[in-house]
Design a protein around this ligand. Structure first.
Ligand code: SAM
Length: 268
């Protein structure tokens, strides 16, 4: 995947994208992240890329010409363009999955008071917000998206199963994680995780995920319960879900009993 990030501060992108999992993914040729310096395209004698807004007001606005030429230089017309913006749709995992399916992505980072509206009218980028707060520029928002996209690209994490079990991905928050030592200042790791019994561990994790989601993200919890009837859950998961949710309909025995009763009624 080729990702071009158009910015006035390319060093911000290089600092982050060269390290850790993103850096390794680039070295392994799984992804290429290029910071494109918008200032390099300005035709202004003083290399300016911003001007005061027409009509007055606070701050500076990024000018059309260098941004437009930078977009042309990366052939953005044939690619999906994302403009990180507080006015955009809120970022979520569904959007990240859609972006991860692309061959090429272009991120256009605004700064100061934003970009001249004619860029948005002509290039029609998708505006995406990473939350209801205002950043100084789009660079950090673009990097948030690139990071989340990269970990969905096969081979980037090395262990694809771990991407699937992360919080939110499955509709539930991930269960708590522990590592060595077994006991730290009188705090010990739950016994079940040391039992070596994979089935018990799996069910314990499912229970913890349900509890975490119910407590910390009531919105996700409601959605999960709405979908749970159509999920391929085993008998034991259904029992745990019925217990944590208090919804008896999830209990497998109960459904069967209900069905038997119906069958008897039909015979009569
Ligand atoms: N004047 C703009 C407004 O009120 O909508 C805000 C401009 S902001 C100071 C500068 C740049 O930061 C924006 O052009 C955008 O690229 C980025 N930005 C700010 N907040 C953001 C957010 N919540 N999500 C994504 N990008 C954001």
């Amino acid at each position: 995947m080729q990702i071009d990030i158009l910015t006035l501060f390319p060093e911000m992108i290089d600092q982050v994208s060269g390290h850790s999992i993103l850096g390794r993914a680039q070295k392994n040729g799984l992804i290429s992240i290029r910071a494109v310096d918008i200032r390099a395209f300005t035709e202004d004698r003083h290399r300016k890329t911003d001007e005061a807004p027409f009509g007055g007001g606070e701050g500076m606005v990024m000018t059309v010409q260098p941004v437009s030429d930078a977009l042309r230089a990366v052939d953005a017309g044939s690619k999906r363009i994302i403009y990180p913006s507080p006015k955009g749709r809120l970022l979520d995992q569904d959007l990240i999955e859609g972006l991860a399916a692309e061959q090429d992505l272009v991120f256009l980072c605004g700064h100061y008071e934003g970009i001249d509206q004619r860029i948005l009218d002509y290039w029609k980028p998708e505006e995406v917000s990473i939350g209801d707060y205002i950043l100084t520029g789009g660079e950090l928002a673009a990097l948030v998206m690139v990071d989340a996209v990269a970990r969905l690209i096969p081979g980037v994490l090395g262990n694809e199963a771990s991407a699937m079990s992360e919080s939110v991905y499955s509709g539930l928050l991930e269960s708590p994680q522990y590592t060595r030592p077994r006991i730290y200042e009188n705090m010990s790791v739950p016994d079940v995780l040391l039992s070596g019994d994979h089935e018990r561990i799996r069910l314990w994790r499912y229970r913890q995920s349900l509890l975490e989601t119910r407590e910390k993200r009531p919105d996700l919890w409601r959605t999960y319960l709405e979908k749970a009837g159509s999920l391929d859950l085993g008998k034991k998961e259904k029992e745990i879900l019925a217990e944590i949710s208090g919804v008896d309909a999830f209990r497998p025995d109960r459904r069967r009993r209900g069905k038997r009763k119906d069958a008897r009624t039909e015979k009569k």
